[in-house]
Design a protein around this ligand. Structure first.
Ligand code: NAG
Ligand code: NAG
Ligand code: NAG
Length: 616
């Protein structure tokens, strides 16, 4: 592999598909102008929030490589590190599960996932909140992934409670001190989860500010280390990482500290001081993060700061060929091919390509305004919810049906809507609940409260209304709080117009780009706007509300006296609170009934089968 300087090169799309890996039904990759990787002494590949997308993005050519291709890529990159006499470490920061048929469609869930996932050699790995919502998921994590990555799995602030003995023990070791393979650098690594409290009863998450006071932590940060590596299911702008940074830095004034974060589903990088660096590597296996660090090694110079470099690698086969200097016939390794085959077999057994119908157009979460004809939320509100939210015994009762936007996790692309798509769009086991016969005067105020409730709810009840929305917007909020103007291309001014639908990206940039560019990430982070490995045309981003609402079975004129207030079970605590604030009186969980047995995912699939043509 030739040594490359940081330059822009164009790779050609002439590479034949004959021998390429990726899943058989995946879209052909498309070439883009590329920015190269810069190797340092200590180098990292990072995945986060993969949410079961280990088969790659079958409908998006720029992210269509699969976990097997990543296995091949890592093998080549490790060999390159050996050849250069430097070190390469692989990191994963959790939320590996929930969000794609490859994980969700099997019974039990994850039947194929655990074996596929473990095929990658990951050096430092931790837990995300999605591993902990269901007790059974946490059990499987403890029973499978923790031992699969024995010695590499770290749980600095997470305990597990054994179902039989009721014994509470650390989910995995609290920290890990090890030496790198080639340079024998001493690394002290931690693995954190943000201050999460939505977990099932079989795990305990300790708030980070308490963990850093623990004796074991205070001892660990006094170990001799060439570098501290903090991985976490934590956004790199979040307070938890800043607190950990402060604690380690106080004890180690000059040791480099590297952070690998996730959770907020964005590409992001920052540094907390001149000797620290932090990267977050997106979501859904669209991105493989690259971070490298070099030390100043000239003994005649006074001690100076290390230099850092970051890249967000699109999970695109052509890009992976480019970064390794290989091609379709030389890139796939034996092991990588086997993993690709494992995934193909699992997808086939799960019948993930089974089509419920053909989407007549694209429906977007945030690429178009809500409401609009191509908004997935308008589609839900106007077409899907009114038709599927029908309880036969209450079908004539006027109702308000409230869905939280966070229940929808991905866009719908024009074309086949498959079994896989149902899990991708709606991975949660959401069901509809309701309160019968709520005075309309109170019920009609609920939506507005849910969407504007920030202050009311936060001040008195510590229930952050933003958790009903989509995780990508949590990152925008952070950029508002911590922004140095250039945060992620979102300007604080436009955010303040929330909840109006203002484009947050600079939508006009499309005109300045050559027309051939594929739409994709155009990341701006605290380091600059050159982080993405592939040069893309910008995608617009529109803010969406926390919740949307359909009015169903309303009279032709006027408003009803009372309505059934129907809502997704996830938002029940907020709905009850909003009813209280809207003067609806005091409703509690006891007043809430099940509206329908089917999950929302099943209802949506049923609607598609009925309303969209079977074939494209
Ligand atoms: C890939 O590279 C090898 C070695 O450089 C070459 O022999 C082969 O023809 C190339 N294959 C393709 C499909 O470009
Ligand atoms: C790949 O699979 C083949 C056939 O099952 C097996 O013989 C081989 O050992 C596997 N190779 C690797 C590297 O996993
Ligand atoms: C962002 O989140 C913080 C903390 O939850 C909250 O106090 C603040 O009001 C939010 N800002 C916006 C603009 O939503």
């Amino acid at each position: 592999m030739p040594t490359r300087t940081l330059r822009t090169a164009l790779i050609t799309s002439a590479i034949a598909a004959l021998v390429r890996a990726a899943q058989p039904s995946a879209a052909e990759p498309i070439a883009a102008p590329m920015r190269d990787l810069r190797w340092g002494k200590l180098n990292f590949l990072h995945t986060t929030d993969t949410h079961g997308w280990h088969g790659g993005h079958l409908q998006e050519s720029q992210y269509s490589a699969d976990w097997g291709d990543y296995v091949s890529f890592a093998e080549h990159m490790r060999r390159e590190a050996d050849a250069r006499g430097v070190d390469l470490l692989l990191v994963d920061t959790g939320d590996r599960v929930e969000g794609n048929g490859l994980y969700d469609a099997s019974s039990p869930k994850g039947k194929y996932y655990y074996d596929i996932y473990r095929q990658q050699d990951i050096d430092i790995i931790c837990t995300g909140n999605h591993e902990l919502y269901q007790a059974s998921t946490a059990d499987e994590e403890h029973r499978k992934t923790v031992p699969n990555f024995k010695g590499n799995y770290i749980a600095s602030n997470l305990d597990y409670i054994d179902p039989e003995s009721r014994e509470r023990t650390p989910m995995a070791q609290r920290y890990h001190k090890f030496q790198t393979k080639n340079q024998k650098l001493d690394i002290v690594a931690f693995g954190f989860l943000f201050d999460f409290n939505g977990n099932a009863a079989n795990t305990v998450v300790q708030p980070v500010k308490d963990t850093i006071k623990e004796e074991w932590f205070q001892k660990a940060i006094r170990e001799s280390a060439d570098t501290f590596v903090v991985i976490g299911h934590v956004g790199v702008q979040m307070q938890e990482f800043k607190d950990i940074f402060k604690a380690i830095r106080k004890q180690n004034p000059s040791t480099p500290i590297l952070f690998f974060g996730g959770h907020v589903h964005v590409r992001d990088a920052t540094s907390y001081d001149a000797k620290s660096f932090a990267i977050a590597s997106g979501r859904y296996f669209e991105t493989i993060g690259w971070m490298s660090m070099s030390f100043n090694e000239d003994p005649t110079l006074p001690e100076s700061d290390p230099s850092f470099h970051r890249r967000y690698i699109d999970n695109n086969l052509l890009g992976l060929y480019h970064h390794t200097g290989l091609n379709a016939s030389t890139f796939p390794t034996d092991h990588g091919r086997n993993v690709t085959a494992m995934i193909a077999k699992a997808r086939k057994e799960l019948d993930l390509d089974y089509s419920f119908g053909c989407a007549p157009q694209d429906y977007w979460m945030t690429r178009t305004p809500y409401p609009s004809e191509s908004s997935i939320y308008t589609w839900l509100e106007k077409e899907v919810l009114p038709e599927v939210a029908v309880n036969p015994s209450r079908k004539d009762v006027p109702r308000l049906v409230i869905a939280n936007t966070g229940a929808i996790r991905f866009d719908i692309f024009k074309g086949a809507f498959t079994r896989d798509t149902t899990h991708i769009i709606s991975p949660f086991l959401s069901v509809l609940h309701y309160i019968p016969d709520v005075p309309y005067a109170a019920a009609s105020k609920v939506l507005k409260l849910l969407n504007n409730a920030g202050q009311i709810f936060d001040a008195e009840h510590l229930m952050d209304a933003r958790f009903m929305g989509i995780p990508e917007q949590l990152a925008i909020n952070e950029s508002v709080i911590y922004s140095k103007d250039v945060g992620r291309g979102f300007s604080p001014e436009s955010q303040q117009q929330h909840p109006q639908q203002k484009p947050l990206g600079s939508g006009s940039s499309k005109e300045k780009q050559p027309p051939a560019l594929v739409q994709g990430y155009t990341t701006r982070d605290d380091i600059g706007n050159d982080g993405d490995d592939a040069v893309h045309a910008a995608i617009d981003f529109y803010v969406v509300p926390n919740c949307i609402q359909s009015e169903v079975q309303f009279p032709w004129e006027g408003t009803p006296e009372t309505v059934d207030l129907v809502f997704f079970d996830f938002i029940q605590p907020w709905v009850l609170l909003a009813l209280k604030f809207s003067g609806g009186g005091s409703y509690s969980d006891k007043d809430v009934l099940s509206y329908l047995d089917s999950t929302f995912t099943e209802l949506m699939a049923g609607w598609i089968k009925k309303n969209w043509p079977l074939r494209c």
